[in-house]
Design a protein around this ligand. Structure first.
Ligand SMILES: Nc1ncnc2c1ncn2[C@@H]1O[C@H](COP(=O)(O)OP(=O)(O)O)[C@@H](O)[C@H]1O
Ligand SMILES: O=C(O)C1=C[C@@H](OP(=O)(O)O)[C@@H](O)[C@H](O)C1
Ligand SMILES: [Mg+2]
Length: 178
């Protein structure tokens, strides 16, 4: 696997809660890549949480930081990059994502709702009606997510390890197409 990838970065995209951060870490371990989470880099650089950045600086500032981080990481090779769910909405970010293989982790809204029901770290979901909010975000984003090189649909019972293994098993077929 490492040989055929030739150091090309893997970028994980998809909705909040789908498992980009969790699966990304496992993928990186499996193939001997370094793992980068764009949210984590932003939090470290800003010295505050994502919630604080949204509240104190606003979403546009967060999106600017997110684009800056993506621009910086794509200068490196051998990375698995877990992005934030909204990264796909800025056209310029696609020029960075296309430096590598783009993998869309996709799960039914019901799975995401279950996972994030008790989570308060995603400012965009601090809404009384989390389900409607998720549906409207997905509606806007789905056309962008579908531009990924690889579409992985996750079932409720699949473990992060199983998802990572499935991704790695599918990558050779998409590399051949390119
Ligand atoms: N395959 C899975 N099965 C069960 N829980 C999962 C799975 N993948 C992720 N999770 C859990 O779902 C939540 C969101 O995962 P996370 O990796 O942070 O998603 P994302 O980075 O896409 O927002 C976390 O609590 C994580 O432990
Ligand atoms: O979907 C989004 O707009 C966001 C997703 C979050 O990351 P995860 O997708 O890792 O939850 C984080 O970047 C921020 O809360 C905004
Ligand atoms: Mg994440």
């Amino acid at each position: 696997m490492i040989d055929i990838l030739k150091g090309v970065n893997l970028y994980l995209i998809g909705m909040m809660g789908v498992g980009k951060t969790t699966v990304g870490k496992l993928l990186a371990e499996e193939i001997g890549y370094r793992f980068v989470d764009t949210d984590e880099v932003i939090v470290k650089a800003a010295g505050k949480s994502i919630n604080e950045i949204f509240t104190e600086n606003g979403e546009p500032e967060f999106r600017k930081l997110e684009g800056d981080v993506l621009a910086q990481v794509c200068a490196y090779t051998k990375l698995v990059v877990a992005t934030g769910g909204g990264v796909v909405m800025q056209q310029q970010n696609w020029s960075y994502l296309h430096h590598g293989l783009i993998i869309w982790l996709d799960a039914p809204i019901q799975i995401i709702l279950q996972r994030l029901a008790a989570d308060n770290t995603r400012p965009l979901l601090q809404d009384a009606d989390m389900e409607s909010k998720l549906r409207s975000l997905l509606e806007q984003r789905q056309p962008m997510y579908s531009q990924a090189d690889l579409h992985i649909t996750i079932s409720a019972t699949e473990t992060p390890e199983e998802i990572a293994t499935r991704i790695l098993a599918t990558i050779p077929s998409i590399l051949k197409q390119q």
